[in-house]
Structure formats: structure tokens, C-alpha cells
Design a protein around this ligand. Structure first.
Ligand code: AGP
Length: 612
């Protein structure tokens, strides 16, 4: 959700904070702010509504010199996104300055209690309440660290915080519960951040904080403890990605870069995990639960958003090839509806960020019920990755564009590998078929490259639809989740209303919407449902809808029906999701870009949703 960065060391902190905020901005971008301890040991703050660039352009840099500072880029939860509600926040006496991710659920109760003690509030935020609660405990203890600890013990909800204190100006105190935070351990400097992108250009050595832990950062290092005051010792881990991976590399937007990276990212997902001679897949991270997976009575896949669409593809794959009953659940529903879970169920959690609050809560729910948990995650060391019993990283590399693209195809790739692994073990697939499918996996990067190279063709079609107000996306079987994903991509970044449906469902309602203003995207590869899809296309055509078809290169027939064709190579049904979504990602991207929209930072969205 929001992004936090902090610096303590020997360098001037402002440029480091601003650079960090720019890298974190994909997490939230309603408003941004910084606080710095200057040479007179005063805390100076500057914050404003809008993007980090606005902050950077309007801050008086001469007044913000100092070697300790904290910064924040916000995605509003409490209070509208304006200058006042932007972070950092202070207590009423300006002793403490705080940036905060997450939600303090009992903030109203604490606010009332503090008001009775004559505390005064200037904002609508829960963060200001926390700053005053720290002040309240400081009055009693006269100790920064103790005051933060006592305040944190009292709050309910989630937090990742970084806090400065004017009375102890050589420290930053940071803490986490439910909102990620990590320390970058540099040479005589420590950088704290809610994710690695703000750390990687300073150091690759990091320490992840766990829930209920805090760190006191000083000029000579740091110490870790729990909020219950127990000391902690933790090994330093090494980040395994490069700075280049989080930069645009000549593309106009991260989203376009990430779409175009897919020939490589897909290969990174399967590299070393499949024997192409036998078709047998092996995922090291699943070995400890392999028996449970092979003997599962039921598989439940849970996720949110795009990852949920990948989960639907997984359901089709696992039932089709492994014959294990599989259900897909929105993580946000799963956690609240008292699901029936047994110890022989396997629950698969899919998450790009590994931090989505609902998916994390679903994971904890599943563990509580005794089910086996398996994560399919991108961000290494993220909370879900650390809390699942077993897991596989998709190795898509950092995904910065808020609209998920390469993570989706890599999630499907991971599900395909899991499917092949189970099917081979259970014997629900022939050896011939396994080798065939593996061959198709091997051919994928070249096929995707072919599509990336024809992006100008996709762009041309996109430009014919820039002014549309609605879209329908229709697909069958493995391509139904692709239709949902295509519609989600379009609405997220272009703000055009779009719906995805199973193609045959159209006549049960959505057909009423069809007229010559309604573009309908049909995912129509030459598979066993092709004739049915053609019938659906004819139904739309008869009502003068405008048809865009995703069709195979050798489908000559399709031009008789569709107004526009986005060509794709052939692939087996197992991998159809990966191939067929790519022109839809381009379609959404080029429509949004032509509308002049900020594709990487669509309004109201945040990259990882760490609040409920
Ligand atoms: C995708 O384009 C979205 N921005 C969103 O739906 C996302 O997939 C969802 O929030 C889940 O995120 P996660 O994969 O990080 O858990």
C-alpha cells in the first residue's frame, strides 16, 4: 500500500529519501512527505498532496539538510488525500514524527482516551493518533524506545512505522505488524523501507522484520527486538535482483517494459524445473509437502485480483490433467465465511507481492484449520512466502507497473508446472502427452517474443478504440479467466468500463448491452470450442457489435466475422492463458497510453493492497 523509506548514516538524507519515494511510488501516490533531523537537531517536515515529483519540485532543499530522515508515499485509508493528511504526522507537541503504513483499527477509542487527557488533533488520520499515543507514553517513561513499544502494544490493527524523536535525535525507530518493512545494511548507514526497490541501489544486504518486531537504528548500527522487549538476532540476507530490473530501460512505462519482458520471465519460471525429455516437473520448494499434494482430496486456490484470475486457470488445469477437485476462492471471502477445511486439503495461495492482506489472512486461516499451505509468490522474502509451509517463486523479477502483467503469465506457468508434477505422479496423463506439453512450454518464449515483436499491430487496433466507454471480453474454457483478466487490465489503467464473461453466458444477460458502440473482444483460438465461439460472434454481429478477435495466425476464416484480429501463435490449452492474454495486455496498455493516462500509476490503485 503506502511506501516508507528512512535513512540514517553520513550522507545528506533528502536525495536518498526522494529517490526511494520515487521507487516506492507504485505502492501508493495520493500524497508524499519527508521529515529530516537537521544540524540543529530540529525535525523539519514537508508534505503535500500529489505525486513525489510535486514534492521534489516544491521542497526547499537548502532547508532540508541532515543525515537522518524518513519519508512516505501514501495511499489514503483514513482521511482524504490532501496536504494535511499526508505523512509524516506529529504529536501535538511536535516531539515525535511518524510515517505509517497500515490501519490502526482502535484509533477512535485511543483518540477519545487521549482527548480526555487534553490531547489535540489536527488531522483525520489514525497515524496522528499513534504519534500522540507515543507522546503519552513518553511523558511517563521519558524514553523514546519504551514509549514506542508501549504504544504499539496498545494498538490493534496493522502497522509498518518509522519514527523520529526530537529528544533523541540520533535514532530512527521502526516496527512492523502486518505491513512489510526491511532494513538495508550499508557501510556506516542503514536504509529502512517497505520494499527492496528503495534499498537495492544502496546495498544488497537486508534484514526482514517480522510481525511484532522493531528495530532501533542508530549512527553505529541497529538492534532488533520484539515489541514485548525481547532481543532478536537475525542473519543478513542478500537481495538477488539488479537495479536495472527496477528501472524503465528506455520504455515509456514500466507496464510496457514488463509486458515485453515476458519471453524471459516465463523462461525464468520454468528454468531448471522441468525435464524436457520426460515432461516431468520438479519444484524443489514443494518437496516437503509433495506427498500431501499428490494425495490431496481437494485443492483450494485463493488469491485476489489478477492472481485470482491465474487461480481460475489453475482450477481448469488441475481438474483437467490431475483429476483432483479444485476450488477457487476470493481470499477476501474465504477468510470471513468459515470455510470447511480438512487436513487432507491443500490450499494454494497466489500473490505477486506476497503481502496482500486478504491473501495473507486466508493463509493464516488455512493453517489454523490444519490444511497444507503452498504459496506461489513473486517477491522473495515476502510475508506470504515466509509463512507458507511450502512454495515456489515465480521469478518474474520486480513488477513495478500497478497493473500486473508478467506476474500473471508466470503464475500460470507455475501452476502448469505443479499440474504436470501432480499428473505425472498420479498417472492421470500419458507419458506422450507429458512430453508434448513440455515441448510446448519450451516453445513459449519464442512465441511470446513473436507477439512482442508485433506490438505495433496490436497498437493500431487499440487506437481505433480509444474513445469507447464500455467493452465486453468473452472466452470459453481456459480462456474464460483470460477474458476476465483482459477486462481488468483495461478498466484498471484506461478507466473504461469492461466486463469479462464466459462466452456462452452472454445470451443470459450481457447481450442486451450490444449495439454498435459496444466493442466485444472474443478470445477465439482454434481449439475444441472454436465453432461455439464463432456462433457467439455471429450473435454479436447480428446486433451490430464491433468485434475484436484474438485468433491464431493460421485462422483464415476469422476475418469473415471479426472487424479486427489480434493474431497469436498456437499453443495447447494448458498454456492458452499465457499466450492469449498478451495481446490483451497490449490492447489495454495502448488504449490507456493513447488516452494520455498515467499507466503505471492508475488513479485510486496501489500495487499491493496491505489493508483489508
Ligand atoms: C492487478 O493488475 C491488480 N493491480 C491487482 O488486482 C492485484 O493482482 C491484486 O491486488 C493481488 O495482488 P498480489 O498478487 O500482490 O497479491
Amino acid at each position: 500500500m503506502c511506501g516508507i523509506v528512512g535513512y540514517i548514516g553520513k550522507k545528506n538524507s533528502l536525495p536518498i529519501l526522494i529517490d526511494g519515494l520515487k521507487r516506492l511510488e507504485y505502492r501508493g501516490y495520493d500524497s508524499a512527505g519527508v521529515s529530516i533531523i537537521n544540524d540543529n537537531n530540529e525535525i523539519v517536515s514537508f508534505k503535500r498532496a500529489g505525486k513525489v515529483l510535486d514534492l521534489d519540485n516544491s521542497i526547499d532543499k537548502d532547508k532540508f539538510e541532515g543525515t537522518i530522515g524518513i519519508g512516505h508515499t501514501r495511499w489514503a485509508t483514513h482521511g482524504v488525500p490532501n496536504d494535511i493528511n499526508a505523512h509524516p504526522h506529529c504529536d501535538m507537541e511536535y516531539l515525535f514524527t511518524l510515517v505509517h503504513n497500515g490501519i490502526i483499527e482502535n484509533y477512535k477509542h485511543i483518540k477519545e482516551k487521549l482527548k480526555e487527557e487534553n490531547y489535540i488533533f489536527h488531522t483525520d488520520t489514525d497515524t496522528e493518533v499513534l504519534a500522540n499515543l507515543i507522546n503519552y507514553h513518553f511523558k511517563k517513561t521519558n524514553d523514546f524506545e519504551k514509549a514506542v513499544r508501549l504504544a504499539l502494544v496498545e494498538v490493534e490493527g496493522t502497522y509498518g512505522i518509522a519514527c523520529l524523536c526530537v529528544k533523541e535525535p540520533d535514532k530512527i525507530i521502526v516496527a512492523r505488524k502486518g505491513s512489510p518493512l526491511m532494513l538495508g545494511i550499508g557501510n556506516e548507514e542503514t536504509i529502512v523501507s517497505s520494499d527492496a526497490s528503495a534499498i537495492i541501489n544502496h546495498t544488497k544486504n537486508v534484514i526482514y522484520l517480522n510481525d511484532g518486531e522493531m528495530a532501533v537504528l542508530g549512527r553505529n548500527g541497529f538492534h532488533l527486538k520484539t515489541v514485548e522487549d525481547e532481543d532478536i538476532f537475525r542473519d543478513v540476507e542478500v537481495l538477488d535482483f539488479l537495479l536495472d530490473e527496477i528501472e524503465k530501460g528506455g520504455y515509456d512505462h514500466f507496464m510496457l517494459k514488463e509486458i515485453c519482458e515476458q519471453p524471459d520471465t516465463i523462461q525464468n519460471t520454468y528454468r531448471g524445473r522441468i525435464n524436457f525429455d520426460t515432461g516431468v516437473a520438479k519444484l524443489g520448494g514443494l518437496e516437503n509437502i509433495a506427498d500431501k499434494l499428490f494425495n490431496a482430496k481437494r485443492i483450494i486456490i485463493t488469491a485476489c485480483g489478477t492472481a485470482w484470475h491465474a487461480a481460475l486457470v489453475g482450477e481448469y488445469m488441475i481438474e483437467h490433467y490431475c483429476r483432483i477437485p479444485t476450488e477457487v476462492e476470493y481470499a477476501s471471502e474465504f477468510r470471513y465465511r468459515r470455510p470447511i477445511l480438512n487436513s487432507d486439503d491443500v490450499v494454494i495461495l497466489i500473490s505477486q507481492s506476497g503481502e496482500t492482506a486478504d491473501t495473507l489472512a486466508a493463509l493464516r486461516e488455512a493453517k489454523k484449520a490444519g490444511a497444507t499451505t503452498l504459496g506461489i509468490v513473486n517477491v522473495i522474502g515476502s510475508t506470504i512466502a515466509r509463512e507458507v509451509e511450502a512454495g515456489t517463486y515465480i521469478h518474474a523479477g520486480p513488477e513495478i507497473g500497478v497493473a500486473s502483467t508478467k506476474a500473471f503469465t508466470c503464475q500460470i506457468m507455475s501452476l502448469a508446472l505443479i499440474t504436470l508434477m501432480i499428473a505425472a505422479e498420479k498417472g492421470t496423463i500419458s507419458k506422450r502427452k507429458l512430453i508434448d506439453l513440455a515441448g510446448d512450454i519450451k516453445a513459449l518464449p519464442e512465441k511470446i517474443k513473436h507477439m512482442v515483436n508485433r506490438k505495433e499491430e496490436y497498437k493500431k487496433v487499440a487506437e481505433a478504440f480509444v474513445d469507447c466507454r464500455n467493452f465486453l471480453y468473452l472466452g470459453r474454457g481456459f480462456n474464460f479467466p483470460v477474458a476476465l483478466e483482459g477486462a481488468l487490465k483495461l478498466k484498471e489503467i484506461s478507466y473504461i468500463h469492461a466486463e469479462g464473461y464466459p462466452a456462452a453466458e452472454m445470451k443470459h444477460g450481457p447481450i442486451a448491452l450490444i449495439d454498435n458502440d459496444m466493442p466485444v473482444v472474443f478470445i477465439a483460438p482454434l481449439d475444441r470450442t472454436y465453432d461455439k465461439i464463432i456462433s457467439n460472434i455471429e450473435e454479436v454481429k447480428a446486433r451490430r457489435g464491433r468485434i475484436i478477435a484474438i485468433a491464431n495466425d493460421d485462422d483464415k476464416n476469422i476475418t469473415d466475422y471479426a472487424d479486427h484480429v489480434l493474431r497469436v501463435p498456437h499453443t495447447k490449452a494448458l498454456l492458452a492463458g499465457i499466450i492469449n492474454v498478451i495481446p490483451l495486455q497490449f490492447l489495454a496498455y495502448y488504449i490507456a497510453a493513447a488516452r494520455g493516462l498515467d499507466v503505471d500509476k492508475p488513479r485510486n490503485l496501489a500495487k499491493s493492497v496491505t489493508v483489508e
